[in-house]
Write a protein that binds this ligand. Structure first.
Ligand code: TYD
Ligand code: MG
Length: 468
């Protein structure tokens, strides 16, 4: 007797599975996050009589040609991809809504079309007219050469898209904007749900692998930083690129979180202008321009977001206590108890008396950091504000501070040093290397490294008068 199809309920947040619907996921505590999905029967045993064919195995040594690459004409994008787009590969481009993913991909598709590659851009979010308007704004419509080989379509139906792709076998690159809007009739849930996203992506990836075009899937990221719902997508694709930045600011950073064809610690920097995204070959210039010069109370911190390095500016403003009560500690983007600790350590171990002053601390770019590695940059900004001495230009900091004022080592030193150097900084102030378990950190050749064992060494870097 054929088994009745059953359904299961999957939490859209943590992917926990339940046989029955409940209002709250027991695993992650999220309310109302369960969605029904048809359960796929798990094959219990290999079917008797049905044997597979033996695999032809091969040796590890032998020649392997590097994959061919499509040049996107954008050096920053090429670098993040590992040297260009690999034909037949699948790339997921994630980022917050409105950050510029569609803009970046439209610019890329036009450049590829101009280089005589056949490109199809499928939008499930915008009508054709809206894409045309954007292209006009980007002045892409002025280039007849680019238009010949670029096809547009507005659809969310994956079956229709699949038929189109099978009929048009000369395509080199296909962009799907966005995977969350795609819909397969055979899957009984709404677009954007885990099962729709997974099945649509699976179908599109299968087509890309059989027909040999490069597939770009655009995906939105939730506030928590996970690709909405389908974290499972990350395992299905060859590369995951994140497009990030603060919408109030001009600059955007493209990072590879995963790349089967290149390194994952490369970044590409762009600036959003009136006429689209411009590449920023020298990001430190942009970054320093944002810093309004090297003023007292500002220090650059080399942090990590997950496994990804990011440079941030820590700003401190000190003022005389404004009220009779306790001094103000206004902290944006960092932990206020950690600030109190650093103030206490600076006072107890270095004699820098800031306890009676109002302290305003801000991490620029609207980011929130919770790494102890930011301690050294915060201390540098505080000492700089207290002494009126700016930190040295082109200097960045990272390191954890202990209660006796010692500067402790943090993880991923090499990644941070590479990022500091990549963004054009010349000097890194980092914890003193101790022990023999790890090698002494060595950054890129252009970077000078100043190892600091104690906070008082940091105070001494500012001025002889510091601390008085
Ligand atoms: P978009 O590419 O639509 O973002 P996403 O696809 O990631 O949701 O970009 C939207 C934002 O970019 C929008 O707020 C306007 C801005 N923008 C510019 O500043 N200049 C431009 O030339 C374009 C096309 C967009
Ligand atoms: Mg978009």
């Amino acid at each position: 007797m054929a088994k009745k199809p059953t359904s299961i309920f999957i939490c859209q947040n943590c992917h926990a599975r339940y046989p029955k619907w409940t209002g709250r996921c027991d695993q992650c505590g999220e309310w109302n996050s369960l969605e029904e999905e048809a359960s796929t029967p798990t094959p219990s045993k290999a079917q008797p009589g049905k044997r597979g064919t033996g695999l032809k195995t091969t040796r590890l040594d032998g020649t392997a040609a590097p994959p061919p690459r499509l040049n996107t004409s954008m050096a920053e994008l090429n670098r993040v991809l590992g040297g260009g787009l690999v034909p037949g590969s699948v790339v997921l481009v994630g980022g917050d809504p409105g950050i510029g993913k569609s803009t970046l991909m439209l610019q890329m598709t036009c450049a590829l079309a101009k280089a005589h590659h056949n490109v199809l851009y499928v939008s499930g979010e915008e009508a054709i007219d809206q894409i045309r308007l954007r292209a006009q704004r980007l002045e892409l419509d002025k280039d007849p050469k680019a238009l010949d080989q670029l096809d547009l379509a507005a659809s969310i139906n994956v079956n229709d898209i699949a038929t189109t792709l099978e009929e048009n076998r000369s395509l080199h690159v296909v962009v799907i904007d966005s995977i969350q809007t795609m819909w397969l009739e055979s899957v009984a849930s709404a677009p954007g749900s885990v099962s729709q996203v997974r099945n649509c992506a699976f179908e599109l990836i299968r087509l890309a692998k059989t027909l040999g075009f490069a597939l770009i899937l655009i995906g939105h990221v939730t506030k928590e930083g996970a690709l909405a719902g389908p974290r499972v997508l990350e395992h299905m694709v060859d590369a995951v690129l994140y497009f990030e930045g603060d919408r109030g600011h001009q600059f955007r950073i493209l990072r590879a979180a995963k790349n089967r064809f290149g390194a994952t610690d490369e970044i590409g920097v762009f600036a959003m202008t009136d006429t689209g995204l411009r590449e920023v070959p020298n990001p430190s210039a942009l970054f320093l321009a944002e810093r309004h010069g090297n003023i007292a109370g500002s220090a650059v911190f080399a942090g990590l977001e997950g496994t990804r390095p990011i440079l941030l500016e820590v700003q401190v403003l000190l003022s005389a206590k404004s009220s009779d009560g306790a001094p103000r500690r206004a902290v944006l983007g960092w932990d206020s108890s950690r600030l109190s600790m650093i103030l206490a350590v600076l006072e107890a171990r270095c004699g820098l008396k800031l306890g009676s002053m109002d302290v305003h601390l801000n991490i620029t770019g609207g980011l929130k950091i919770n790494e102890p590695a930011a301690d050294l940059a915060v201390a540098a900004a505080l000492i700089s504000a207290a002494t009126g001495q700016p930190t040295a230009p082109h200097e960045a900091y990272f390191g954890e501070i202990g209660l006796s004022g010692e500067v402790r080592q943090v993880s991923q030193t090499a990644v941070r040093l590479k990022e500091i150097s990549k963004l054009g900084f010349k000097q890194a102030v980092i914890p003193r290397h101790v022990g023999t378990a790890t090698a002494r950190p060595k950054g890129p050749a252009t970077l000078t490294i100043a190892e600091t064992g104690h906070l008082s060494d940091l105070v001494r870097r500012f001025s002889p008068a510091a601390g008085s």
